[in-house]
Design a protein. Structure first.
Length: 331
């Protein structure tokens, strides 16, 4: 049989993610995609507590702030385009009110800082080695928030700079959480505004840095080849969104399957299938809600959720029983 794609061989993981584990995804929007998949399957997961972050220094800065969770204050914000922004955060935290902006930022920080100390896995996705430094402060920003390009200095990090920053940070993370496992990956999303060749140089820099970290800390740091899967196994524009840059939903589903195959065992996969049944049941809406069969369906769903929760207390099913009860009361 002819093989029509290059299949990426991924080494067997020495550890497996289970439902009892706490997992955090941080980095580019690809980290958000995979973190969202885990949320759908009711894992205990926190995804991008600072919003989408693209470069290694901004991701590092966010992790350090979670290690020492000093609240952000008004002086950390700036007003532009009618919104208050933080250079350390993605635009989803921006707000017309400085107080509301800080509330969202600090609530997320507090929650993430508490979780960091009990995390089992930290999955880190770098998107680009290019950074923007704000000229007034010299600091690398996580997001320019549409300020003029003339306000920033544009540069590319070196492998050595990334290595130095992250070697130091990993030791700090392990000091407060010795059992923490790290999974690095490079986002398959191309930063096309950088240009084709600069994007490839950037990705190569990230790949070299992450490989060096995995070699330096074997057994504690692993690498997942999301970038390689997109570039080789899914080497066709039908796996891209309309902008021909971002992966399509089909591509994200495929990479998620490869991720879950590597990092989750058979028992976890079986439980995921049970969760999938419940998700489909909760999303089901019949044409006739007064039908007796629908009432029986809801009762079965209610009992299935209760049974699954009793057997697996780590599942994130906080309000599902109440949701079904509400549907039953409205019949």
């Amino acid at each position: 049989m002819i093989n029509y794609c290059t299949h990426i061989k991924i080494p067997e993981s020495p550890f497996k993610i289970q439902y009892k584990d706490r997992v955090m995804f941080i980095g580019s929007c690809f980290a958000g995609h995979i973190g969202d998949k885990m949320s759908v399957y009711r894992f205990r997961v926190n995804t991008n507590p600072f919003g989408v972050l693209y470069n290694p220094l901004s991701v590092s800065s966010a992790c350090r702030r979670m290690l020492n969770p000093e609240p952000f204050v008004t002086d950390d914000l700036f007003l532009h385009g009618g919104l208050y922004h933080s250079f350390a955060h993605h635009g989803r935290f921006s707000d017309v009110s400085a107080g509301s902006c800080l509330t969202g930022i600090n609530d997320s920080l507090r929650h993430a800082a508490e979780q960091l100390r009990a995390l089992s896995y930290l999955v880190i996705t770098f998107g680009t080695a290019h950074v923007y430094r704000f000229k007034k402060s010299g600091a690398v920003v996580a997001n320019c928030h549409k300020l003029p390009a003339s306000d920033f200095v544009y540069e590319r990090l070196t492998v050595g700079r990334i290595m130095d920053e992250w070697s130091d940070l990993l030791h700090e993370l392990w000091r407060i959480n010795p059992s923490l496992k790290i999974i690095f990956t490079v986002s398959p999303i191309r930063h096309w505004k950088d240009g084709a060749h600069p994007n490839q140089i950037s990705k190569a820099t990230l790949l070299l840095a992450e490989q060096a970290l995995a070699e330096q800390y074997p057994g504690q740091v692993l690498y997942f080849p999301a970038y390689e899967i997109m570039m080789d196994e899914l080497r066709d524009y039908r796996f891209y969104a309309e902008d021909m840059i971002h992966p399509s939903s089909q591509a994200i589903d495929y990479i998620w399957e490869r991720f879950s195959d590597v990092y989750m065992d058979r028992e976890t996969h079986l439980l995921m299938k049970e969760v999938e049944v419940i998700n489909k049941s909760l999303n089901h809406r019949p044409f006739n809600i007064k039908n007796e069969a629908y009432k029986q369906f809801l009762m079965q769903t209610f009992l299935r959720i209760r049974q699954l929760r009793s057997k697996n207390p780590y599942l994130c099913l906080p309000n599902e029983e109440e949701e079904v009860e509400k549907l039953l009361r409205n019949l």
